[in-house]
Structure formats: C-alpha cells, structure tokens
Ligand binder design. Structure first.
Ligand code: GLV
Ligand code: MN
Ligand code: MN
Length: 424
C-alpha cells in the first residue's frame, strides 16, 4: 500500500514546540515569546531532558555520545541497514526563538509518532538526533556536535573548547549537565541519508510567496575574534593626535566590514555581533577591545576575497592608529552543496503535496552541512514571519510548520523504504 496519503498530526507537533519553548522562555514587552537555552547551560539540560523523555515515550533506543549528541532510533526491518537520520539542535542563542532547530528535532519525533500511530514499518531504521552546540553562541565553532559526529574535529579538542562568556570548558559543562555520554564520537556508521527541517530564518520565502524551500546548500562561514590593544589613557587629558585608541579601531572595523560587504554585493554579508571594551568606562580610552567578525558568502573564492580585504583593513588600521590587532579564527567552513537527488526529492515531494517550492541556498549554518560530508543530505525550509530569527519575535505559522513536517515525513518514507501497514 502507498503511504503517500499519510500525514503528521499538526496539533501534536505544535504542542511539543510550545512545551519545549517554555524551557528557558523569554517574554518580550510586545508579547514576543522566545527562548534562551545557550549550549550546556541548565536551561539546555532541561530542554534535553524533556526531548529525551519524549524519545523514551516513543520507545526509541537512545544513545548519548562523548560530545553530548543524542540520537534516538526506531528499528527498521533490515537489521543491517543504516538509519535514515532526521536531526537538528535544541540549543538557542541568548535571544532565540522557539523554532530554530527545535522544529527539525520535534518534526523528526512527529514523523516517528505518525509511523507508530499508523503501524508503518520501514526497511531502514529512522533516527532523530539533537546535536550539541549548533549555535556557536557560547562555544565556538558553531555546529560543533555534528562536526565531531562526522569526524571533522577530534572529540578531545571539542571538549577543551572554552566558552566565550565565562571561560567554562565544554567538557566540564557537558559532565555538569549529565550529557557526557559513553558512545564514541565520531559515529561508527554513517547514516543512509540525513534530513533537516528548519525555518528559513530570512525573508525570501515569505517575500516571494513560497511555502517550501528546497535547500541547495549552505554558504561558507568565517568567524574571527579580533583583539585590538592600544594605550589606555585619560579621556580628558590625552590629545587626539597622541592616542592609540582600540575603541576607535573597533568602530572602524565595524564600518569597514560593512563597506566590504556593500562593495562586494551578491551574497556577501558581514556582521560585528560582539564587542567588549576594557575597562569599559566613560572617561578612559580603552586598553583593549575584543570584537567578532562574521563573514559569509555562497562562493568560496569570494569569501576568501572578503577575508583578505578584512585582513588588509586590520593591518592598515593598526599602522595608522599605533595599536596591535590580533586575529583568531573561531570557525571556518567552506560552502556546501547538497546532492542534486536530495534537492530534487524535497522539491518533488513538496509539489506532490500541493505546495509551492523554490530552490534556495541557506544563509544560516546547519548541522546538515556537516552531515553532508558523510551521507546524502537534504534540507526543507519553511517561511519565517517577517524573516526574523535569532530574535525572540521569531515565528512560523502552524500551517507552514505542518507543511514542512509533512514533506519531512514523505521524504523520510521515500529514503527509509516503507512497508505495507502492519496489523494494529
Ligand atoms: C548558526 O545558527 C548560524 O548560522 O550562525
Ligand atoms: Mn538552527
Ligand atoms: Mn540559530
């Protein structure tokens, strides 16, 4: 029998999104409902525990690996077959929403619950994963858990990463919240395929009136921490021409990277998202300023060009102002292109379900870009209202959540090989 008419339960999925959204909830003055679950904080632990309890409720066999990735698996009928994996993350930025990452994980659980409810078996097992520290807001690099999962970073190096805010060691925080698991990482077995349902986090689908984005790949990401060291001095007595002012240089870097992106146009973007002055006092020329620069482009050559112009800008400013500028790479990932067969599968499945679709690259980083190193990988985007994400006002309508999850269900069935309905 065909399972093309099988549909997820939108109310059930929405209820889980709401319940997980209550963990670390942040309420805005205008009624916004967001989330603060920075990786490996107490709020992250609480969110992990909740999703883990749902995995157990669904009878999944759950493993926690050495970097805290959690994978719950529903068995297939072929014990030798590799799992079709559905995944994403449940950590958030400090001012995050309720959909970023959560939708991919809870969409995966909803797929499994739908199959259970309708007694549908699959040839391949189906697993649902939530990966550690996707956001990279607290620990860098971003997508750290999935990077280690695919063998792109040694687990020991990952455990030694220090938090940007309080200097906590990742491995210590993982143990503290009880998620330093026994399963070795990287994984011994690559998934048969990987799917990630995610909100777009930008304005394109909404603006152009499409419901489903068939994601073609993920743009390259370059994160640099810049430390500018000058001469701390009295703000009233030091003539301007004699200053070595890191604050001025930080501002010049901020406007400079904006100018780089504007001049390059295309998909080039540039952001200074963090800036810390020391000693951060009204009447003191700062001694040091530490800031971060996030550069992204869908084209590796152009991203390198942006990095070179940025490096030259730093050299120039250091010379002109008489300061030293140290640059440290926090994350560097090349653009990733997904398999044409997976893009086509997402697209044709969405169309068969009656949805409008467009092909689009992802501007945000995703665990999918790491999984693409080891198995065929596809991503499904649904619209973000007003294009907002990494913002507590982030929202996707229930109708679009259902549309995306139904596409997820059908692509998973296509990849996992559905059997005729079992006897209830
Ligand atoms: C991760 O979510 C990123 O794209 O910054
Ligand atoms: Mn995300
Ligand atoms: Mn995010």
């Amino acid at each position: 029998m065909s399972h093309a008419t099988l549909r997820i339960d939108g109310d059930r999925l929405w209820a889980r999104l709401e319940a997980l959204g209550e963990v670390g909830a942040v309420h805005g003055a205008a009624g916004e409902r967001g989330c603060a679950r920075l990786a490996l904080t107490d709020a992250d632990r609480e969110g992990r525990d909740l999703v883990l309890s749902w995995m157990h409720d669904l009878g999944l066999s759950v493993v926690v690996d050495a970097v805290g990735n959690v994978v719950g698996t529903r068995a297939g009928t072929n014990p030798q077959a590799a799992a079709v994996m559905v995944g994403s993350h449940i950590d958030t930025v400090r001012t995050g929403g309720r959909f970023d990452g959560n939708l991919g994980v809870l969409g995966g659980l909803e797929v499994i619950e739908t199959l259970e409810q309708h007694g549908v078996a699959t040839v391949h097992p189906i697993s649902v994963a939530y990966f550690t520290n996707e956001e990279g807001a607290r620990f860098q690099p971003d997508m750290l858990g999935s990077l280690v999962y695919v063998g792109g970073m040694a687990v020991e190096a990952a455990l030694d990463v220090r938090a940007a805010d309080d200097g906590a060691r990742l491995g210590d925080e993982l143990a503290r919240i009880g998620y330093a698991g026994p399963t070795p990482c990287p994984t011994a077995t690559a998934p048969h395929a990987y799917f990630e349902l995610h909100i777009e986090q930008g304005p394109v689908l909404e603006d152009q009136g499409f419901t489903i984005g068939a994601v073609t790949g993920v743009q390259g990401i370059s994160w640099t921490e810049v430390t500018v060291t000058g001469q701390s001095a009295h703000a009233g007595t030091t003539p301007m021409r004699l200053r070595h002012d890191p604050g001025f240089v930080a501002a010049a870097i901020t406007t400079g990277v904006r100018a780089i992106a504007t001049a390059m146009a295309g998909t080039q973007v540039a952001t200074v998202g963090r800036c810390e002055f020391h000693p951060n006092l009204v009447n003191v020329v700062p001694a040091t300023v530490t800031l971060t620069v996030d550069l992204r482009n869908t084209d590796e050559g152009l991203l390198q060009q942006a990095e070179e112009v940025f490096a030259a800008l730093c050299e120039q400013l250091a010379g002109e102002e008489g300061v030293t500028i140290a640059r440290r790479t926090l994350a560097r990932f090349q653009p990733v292109e997904f398999d044409e067969s997976m893009i086509g599968l997402v697209e044709s499945t969405a169309r068969a379900l009656g949805h409008t679709t467009m092909r689009m690259p992802s501007g945000a980083g995703h665990d999918a870009q790491m999984l693409a190193r080891v198995c065929p990988t596809g991503m499904i985007f649904v619209p973000s209202v007003d294009g907002l994400s990494h913002n507590i006002a982030e929202y996707t309508t229930p109708a679009d959540v259902v549309a995306g999850a139904d596409v997820l269900l059908q692509v998973v069935l296509a990849a996992a090989g559905a059997h005729s309905a079992a006897v209830h």
